[in-house]
Write a protein that binds this ligand. Sequence first.
Ligand SMILES: [Zn+2]
Ligand SMILES: [Zn+2]
Length: 363
Amino acid sequence: MRAPLSKTLPVAAALVAASMTAGYAQTAAPRWYKGNTHTHTLNSDGDSTPDEVVRWYREHRYDFLVLTDHNFLTAVDGLNALHGADERFLVIKGEEVTDRLGDKPLHINGLDVSTRVAPQGGTSVADILQRNVDAIRKAKGVPHINHPNFRWAITPAELQQVRNNKLLEIYNGHPQVNNAGGGGVPGMEEVWDAVLSSGAIVYGIAVDDAHTFKQPGNPDAAGPGRGWVSVRASRLEAGALLEAMERGEFYASSGVELTDYRASAREVAVTVKPTAFSKYRIQFIGKGGRVLSESLEPTATYQVKGDEGYVRARVIESNGRMAWGQPVVVAPREASHAGETALLLVALAGLGALLQWRTRPSA
Ligand SMILES: [Zn+2]
Ligand SMILES: [Zn+2]
C-alpha cells in the first residue's frame, strides 16, 4: 500500500518533527510499507529455502520481510543482494527465540538482532519472557511476544508484568494458535485490551508465522499471506521501520487494507481501501474493550473526549477479515482546563490592575 503521511502526531511531536526536518527539503515524506515479521525457512521447521520464502513475499507485493527461524539467525546479506532493492524490497534478519516452561511454549521474536540470542530460561512464565526480552534488547533487537494462546501458554496477567516490550501478536496466521480464545480463555483482542487497560502501552501486530509454502490453499497448513503490518516510515530501512513500529506508527491486518489511519490525543480516523464485494464496520474501542462508537461507512472519525483511557480502531470486513489501528493514550482534559482558567484569571487580574492605574487621578 502507498499513501501519504497523514497520521496526526501529537502537536508537540509534530512541531519538533517540523523543526527538525525544516532544513532538509530532500527528506522523503513518510509512506506505508507492508511487511511480515514472523516467518520460518528450512533453517528451522519451514518447508522452503530462504530464497523461496523471500521470493514469495516479494512476488506478493510486500515491501519487507523478517526471517525468524527458531533459535537460528538466518543470514540475509545474500538474500538482499538477490532480492533487495532500494525502496522496493528489504529482508531483515531476525530470530524466534524459542523457550519453554514445562509444556508451555514461550516464543519471543527478536527483530534485527545483531547476534543470535539463546533462550534464557527462568523460573516463571513472566520471568522467562522478561529475560528473553532483555536479551533481545541487549543484542540491539526489537522484541515481540508471540501467540500467547498457543498451547494456552501465556495469560494477560503474565503479559502485564513484562517491561520494555512494545509489540504483541494479536493475530497469528498459524492454524493452531487459538487467536479467538475459547473454553473461558480470552481471545487475543481481549488479551490486548486487558494489557492496555492495565496501563501498559503495547502495540498489536498481525503476522503469518508462515512455515508452509508448498501447500497453497490448505487452511490447516501455516501458509503465508494471512497476517501483516503496514508501517508508516520515512524509508525502507530496518531501523526506520522498527522505530516506527515501536511508536505505534502502523496498523495490523488479517486482510483489510487501509488508505489511512491517524490517531492523536484529539481524534482517531480510519479510511478503508474498499473492495467491490465487501462491506465494513469500523469500531472505536476504549479501556476495558468498551465499544465507544461504530460506523457502517468505510471512513470514520472519533473525537476523543478524554475519559476513554485509550482509543484504538478496529475494522471488521463482511467476510471476517480485520484491521487493527494502534491505540493512543488519552488523558482527562480537566488539567488543561484548569491551566486555561488560571491563565485567564491572571490575564483578568493584569487587565484590572492596568485599568486601575490608567484611571488613577494624576497628581
Ligand atoms: Zn512460535
Ligand atoms: Zn514461529
